[in-house]
Ligand binder design. Structure first.
Ligand SMILES: NC(=O)c1ccc[n+]([C@@H]2O[C@H](COP(=O)([O-])OP(=O)(O)OC[C@H]3O[C@@H](n4cnc5c(N)ncnc54)[C@H](OP(=O)(O)O)[C@@H]3O)[C@@H](O)[C@H]2O)c1
Length: 239
């Protein structure tokens, strides 16, 4: 049985997830769960907007954590999408459905699968969701994204309370601030008609106020190493 720590990361092919994967501060097997593979990470190919993929990810958790004897088992959910941007009722319905499934349902279903698979481990267990200020702020054109982040934050509060009572897994959500990733490129490339706050994000970029993903990853690992307060919904921009 494996005595090496394991870190599962959804969306480790790009941006924040990739930076977190590259910065793991201890020896571990690191899995990227997403559609695209990247060099140096184990890859579980999955389109997480397709519910059929969730059982496959659950099977990966079961396979890796059954009889697991390593010191750390961590699940970081970073996969997310803003596509399609535009007002509800005016965007492509199939795309909107995929966005709801990825942003709202996948984190809860996969979080549940990780907790279940990790329940029998003596390892230190942590589940961290990459949240967003959009879970608390209205951004017209981002309804499925804002709704997904808000739902996931409240899932974290609830599951965190359950886990605290059980001395189980540490569960938290952390919003990273505005970070220089392809998601921000997509925001700036979107017509203002689909996203009225467009100019704010263009200005943040022009003023050099986007954070580097590697700095954000270092902050995430500082929090993970210190220990997550169960049920905490944090924002790196707040002291
Ligand atoms: N950048 C910011 O300013 C910012 C601010 C607040 C919160 N966030 C959050 O940070 C997280 C990461 O975003 P990012 O900025 O790093 O964006 P990114 O560079 O665009 O990366 C998005 C990641 O999500 C994965 N993903 C997207 N759709 C997927 C699908 N259908 N199935 C599986 N994986 C999928 C992508 O992997 P594949 O393409 O390989 O599938 C990719 O690895 C997101 O949850 C986002 O909401 C970002």
């Amino acid at each position: 049985m494996s005595k090496t720590s394991v870190v599962f990361i959804t969306g480790a092919s790009s941006g924040i997830g990739l930076a977190i994967a590259r910065a793991v501060p201890f020896e571990a097997r690191v899995f990227n769960i997403s559609r695209r593979a990247v060099e140096g990470l184990e890859h579980m190919p999955a389109d997480l907007s397709d519910p059929a993929s969730w059982g496959q990810v659950a099977a990966l958790f079961e396979r890796e954590l059954s009889g697991f004897e390593g010191p750390r088992a961590i699940f970081i959910h970073s996969a997310g999408t803003l596509t399609p941007m535009g007002a509800a009722g005016e965007v492509d319905g199939a795309g909107y459905t995929r966005q709801v499934l990825l942003n709202s349902a996948a984190p809860q279903v996969l979080g549940n699968a990780f907790l279940s698979a990790a329940a029998g481990c003596s390892a230190r267990r942590q589940l961290l969701i990459v949240g967003s200020g959009a879970g608390q702020t209205v951004y017209e054109g981002w309804s499925a994204y804002c709704g997904g982040k808000a739902a996931t934050d409240h899932w974290v509060r609830t599951v965190g309370a359950e886990q605290a009572r059980r001395s189980g897994c540490e569960v938290a959500s952390v919003a990273p601030g505005v970070v220089d990733t392809p998601m921000q490129d997509e925001i700036r490339a979107t017509p203002v008609g689909d996203f009225p706050d467009h100019s704010r994000f263009v200005e943040l970029h022009q003023e050099g106020l986007l954070r580097d993903p590697s700095e954000v990853a270092a902050d995430f690992w500082r929090l993970l190493e210190a220990g997550l307060e169960n049920g905490a919904v944090l924002d790196l921009r707040e002291p």
